[in-house]
Write a protein that binds this ligand. Sequence first.
Ligand code: F6P
Length: 376
Amino acid sequence: MGKCIGVLTAGGDSPGLNAAIRAISKSAFNAFNMQVIGFRDGFRGLMESRTVHLEGEILSGILTLGGTILGTSRDKPHKMPVGSKVQDMTEVMIDNYHRHNLEALVCIGGGGTQKNAFRLAQAGVNVITLPKTIDNDVAMTDITFGFDTALSIATDAIDRLHSTAYSHHRIIVVEIMGHNSGWLGLGAGLAGGADVILIPEIPYDVHQVADAIRRRRHQGKNFSIVAVSEGALAMEDARELARLKEKKQTDRDQKKQHKAAAGLKAFQANHAGNTLRLSAQLEQLTGLESRVTILGHLQRGGTPTAADRILATRLGSACVTAIDARQYGCMVAVKGQSTEVVDLAEVVGKRKVVPIDHPWIKAAMETETCLGDHLR
Ligand code: F6P
């Protein structure tokens, strides 16, 4: 038998993970005579050396399965809770990597996982990554797998909310995942014909939103669907957040820095109730009854779409080809119809947010969708 590859899935789960695990394992075995072992529960499994051989029966029937057969966690190698302490377990992971005689380690995940994988690469591990997240916000790739499935789930939810909003003459505020980027909120809002779409990239003015709902009312439309990303911010909150971030980063006085950090934490905790507050404000400003639906983790569950299965399979197989060519310290990215290998240094520390001049924004504006700001 040839070389051995390790695989782990980290961060929030995402439809298509099992398709990627299957593609890596099958391509490695069939095309390159390599074996594959999986580590359970992300970087924690690498630290605890909990493995499973990815061959034979275990790969059967997983192409269509949601979640990850390996399990996942948000544990970071350099800040791992162990017992009552948080420790840097990087060296233990490197020892386990060598103990299993691995040629390479494949880390499948979103932005956080890319960062953690990069740290291991800098410590000498032959790392290669795949981009997955329903948020679609990993830098240097056109798309991440999981996004298409979440998009279709959120769109279906908006479709269903339409008929009940219409029947009861209500506003329905639907919260869609995406703390830092609005791909999912904007995409589902557009596809579902939401009347208002609020995303983190465009701070909103609640009065503009209320005006748009009132305008619809004057046109005889007594209901409205407001699609809001969980990270969308009112203009005044966006200003306060920017101020706290700036203070945390730049204040030389340590006491003031700590105060800003605490302020940031309190701000984020308070933001969790944002969608409920927005709904109450809209009810008050428009006189229409308003209800909230938070889609939450429903958007990450269940069977991946055909597009995500194909994408994850393509990326998995391209990843093994890159390993065969000894390309490490990189991510297999999607570029148009093709895949390309990009340096992890180019990926980490960046986030792919929705550009303000993106065609989806233009399309939303031209189809009378309120984006919550003064211009649109
Ligand atoms: O990163 C993907 C994501 O689903 C985000 O959209 C969401 O904000 C977050 O994960 C939720 O994280 P958790 O599963 O840890 O609650």
